[in-house]
Design a protein around this ligand. Structure first.
Ligand SMILES: [Zn+2]
Length: 169
């Protein structure tokens, strides 16, 4: 049952994608491929109104390929780019983007949370005492023998953080 619902959602998504593509085809040439326009569309597709703050923060977040960053890092980047936002707004926006599926939240111990612009299934290396996460491509790590989930539950996702430290020399 759940699977067929998921399939239906995928079909609906596919239809929406096709509609978006045909709308894109009707756009004036100057707008098609414009990064700001594309970002606004991406926010709208995710169900978020493209407010000025969301667009400015989205621009900083998504404009540089896949990355993992803490809220404080994005806040510093916003200050450097003279985007007038508070740290609280940065947190709120990151949480909204995460809920909308544009980001993935990765909690490393110590309460440190990173936001990953790569929302596909993959795992991470984390250097202890450092502040960077590095992607492990999905196919480089296989998690097997997963426990049977409790009655009425299913496994949503498995995330592995492989912690690294320097070898003692
Ligand atoms: Zn990642």
């Amino acid at each position: 049952m759940e699977r067929s619902v998921a399939r239906m959602v995928n079909v609906i998504r596919g239809l929406e994608g096709a509609r978006a593509a045909s709308e894109a085809a009707r756009l004036p040439a100057s707008l098609a491929g414009c990064p700001v326009h594309d970002l606004k569309e991406r926010l709208r597709d995710a169900g978020l109104r493209p407010t000025r703050q969301r667009v400015a923060l989205g621009w900083l977040l998504f404009g540089r390929g896949d990355r993992h960053l803490a809220a404080e890092t994005l806040f510093e980047e916003a200050q450097r780019a003279r985007v007038p936002v508070s740290l609280a707004t940065v947190y709120n926006t990151l949480n909204q983007f995460t809920q909308a599926g544009l980001l993935r939240e990765i909690a490393v111990d110590g309460g440190r949370t990173y936001f990953d612009t790569n929302t596909s299934d993959h795992h991470h290396f984390f250097v202890e005492g450092g502040d960077t996460l590095v992607d492990i491509p999905g196919h480089d790590l296989a998690v097997t023998n997963l426990p049977e989930p409790p009655e009425g539950m299913e496994i949503a996702r498995v995330e592995v953080v492989v912690r690294l430290r320097r070898k003692a020399s």
